[in-house]
Design a protein around this ligand. Structure first.
Ligand code: ZN
Length: 340
């Protein structure tokens, strides 16, 4: 089957990911760096970047806010840490810097722009995509309720880490024949019905966990290139001149452009890797069977192929689905096969 460019673009978002090349658990420990959030506390371990992190007295601790030491770090705090991987897969901290997750530059602008886009889609009852010439394309009917929406909401509710609220996320299902799903910085989660109908809840949880990570780990905001920042400032400045209605229109277009950019290009390999690691953790903590992850990527490979024309946009410059499946198998062995 030859895929159209548009079809290709649509599958890109969930296709870009591959897992990192972690060393096998048995090799000598090598220092690893984590740049993420504290999402669970399990006994003497913290879950950060989907990984289990343990403290040792020799480690350096640099805290802010309510984080006085490793034992008192609140969930949801931002962390930059270093540590060495132990044979059981746990990372033993050597350096630990933690602070409250504050509002960063442009975070509000990103959320507002995406919010305007969401409002426009809901009002239209359709997902509308705009190309660079301003020409609009209808990507499918948008559902805000019904059995499909309820199913996605049930899964999402189980995936959300404990420091966030389910009510902060809004779920939509779009009628579209492609396999796609995406989550935006403002809490909007969109799933295409074809993917929903082709997957069981465990598979859907792994896809949604990945997408949810892009939102919880602020990948849109972190990914802004300086040109995008200029675009945001331009839109805001233009909005001020155009008045309130102009602002809404500009921001909605900007939100659409940013979302489309993520759909076309992904968030970059590092962030896509993180979405795979953390998303698998969300699925695991939600009680889903993460061992179905590798099989899921093989199914994507079967549907869309894994080489030639498809590899350019479906996988970008990232690993093919079968490699991704193998990487997920390694992640499962590292983090979900030991008792600790
Ligand atoms: Zn992704």
């Amino acid at each position: 089957m030859t895929l159209s460019r548009r079809t290709a673009i649509i599958v890109t978002l969930i296709g870009l990911v591959c897992a990192p090349n972690y060393p096998a658990a048995a090799v000598a420990p090598k220092e690893e760096k984590l740049d993420a959030y504290v999402e669970w506390r399990k006994g003497d371990l913290l879950i950060i970047d989907g990984q289990r992190v343990a403290w040792q007295s020799k480690a350096r601790f640099n805290g802010a806010g309510a984080a006085k030491d490793f034992a008192s770090v609140p969930l949801g705090y931002e962390v930059v840490a270093k540590g060495t991987r132990q044979p059981d897969g746990v990372i033993l901290a050597t350096e630990f810097q933690v602070k409250p997750n504050g509002m960063q530059a442009f975070e509000n602008d990103v959320k507002n722009a995406t919010g305007e886009m969401e409002a426009k889609w809901v009002k239209a009852g359709h997902v509308v995509e705009q190309d660079k010439d301003g020409k609009e394309a209808d990507m499918g009917t948008l559902h805000t309720s019904g059995p499909d929406v309820d199913r996605v909401r049930r899964i999402i509710t189980r995936l959300i880490p404990p420091y966030l609220k389910a009510s902060d996320f809004r779920v939509y299902v779009v009628e579209n024949k492609d396999w796609n799903a995406f989550a935006c910085a403002n809490g909007m989660i969109v799933v295409y019905d074809s993917l929903l109908h082709a997957t069981n809840d465990d598979e859907m949880a792994i896809v949604l966990g990945h997408e949810l990570t892009h939102a919880t780990h602020e990948h849109s905001r972190k990914n802004y290139s300086s040109s995008m920042k200029v675009g945001i400032l331009g839109a805001i400045a233009g909005a001020a001149l155009a008045g309130k209605s102009g602002k809404a229109a500009d921001l909605a277009a900007l939100g659409g452009a940013l979302t489309l950019s993520a759909v076309q290009n992904g968030y970059g390999r590092e962030k896509e890797d993180q979405a795979d690691r953390v998303g698998l953790r969300y699925a695991f903590e939600g009680g889903f069977d993460v061992r179905q992850g590798p099989k899921l990527w093989n199914r994507f490979a079967e549907k869309y192929g894994s080489q030639d024309a498809v590899s350019n946009f479906f996988f970008g410059d990232h690993s093919r689905a079968e490699v991704r499946a193998r990487n997920l198998t390694r992640e499962i062995a590292l983090n979900y096969s030991t008792a600790r």
